[in-house]
Design a binder for this molecule. Structure first.
Ligand SMILES: Cc1cc2nc3c(=O)[nH]c(=O)nc-3n(C[C@H](O)[C@H](O)[C@H](O)COP(=O)(O)O)c2cc1C
Length: 161
């Protein structure tokens, strides 16, 4: 059984068109995938302020990669496939998704860097496919928007067959 991690940054929840697109993708998955979800609309994740940054550095310097602070990073590294669904907000991704990226970007868990400065992704999921869309929320609300969902859907595909 492969593990698919669904990183759900569809802040608007069930009314989100991005979420509907992601759910359609998940329901079309072949057998053999166990789906695990992270709802960034409600998850307890926090950006790195000064105190959190130095606390994290202390843990990393002490090699304490098993600390709960690195739970999301560990969960991501253990996934074979990662699906990230997020709308396009204010010319970029919602702050909650950036905060998640900050939380999971941990050397020794989700990536490594050798002496020559070469970076390598760690864990099961590798290739990144990015399909950014956007839209006019007023036209979506009154039904005059494009037929296709205006959304931002990112898929990390499994590298192995
Ligand atoms: C807070 C917010 C910021 C947005 N910023 C942009 C933007 O900068 N550019 C754009 O084209 N659309 C923007 N939009 C429109 C969304 O991309 C569009 O409504 C999208 O379909 C929302 O996805 P959802 O239905 O999955 O929530 C914004 C919408 C919201 C709610």
């Amino acid at each position: 059984m492969k593990k698919l991690l669904f990183v759900d940054c569809c802040i608007r929840g069930d009314v989100s068109r991005t979420k509907k697109l992601a759910e359609a993708f998940l329901s079309a998955l072949p057998e053999g995938y166990a789906i695990e979800r992270v709802d960034l609309g409600t998850a307890e994740i926090y950006p790195l302020d000064r105190a959190r940054y130095f606390a994290r550095e202390k843990l990393l310097d002490g090699g304490k990669l098993g600390d709960p602070l690195f739970g999301y990073a560990k969960q991501l590294a253990e996934a074979d496939v990662v699906l990230v669904a997020s709308p396009f907000w204010d010319m970029g991704i919602p702050a909650r998704l950036k905060t998640y990226i900050e939380n999971v970007s941990i050397a020794g868990i989700t990536f490594s860097c050798d002496q020559a400065g070469n970076y390598e992704v760690q864990g099961g999921a590798h290739d990144l496919s990015h399909d950014p869309r956007h839209g006019d929320p007023r036209r979506e609300r009154n039904g005059t928007g494009d037929a296709l969902p205006q959304s931002d859907l990112q898929i990390l595909r499994h590298r192995r067959a």
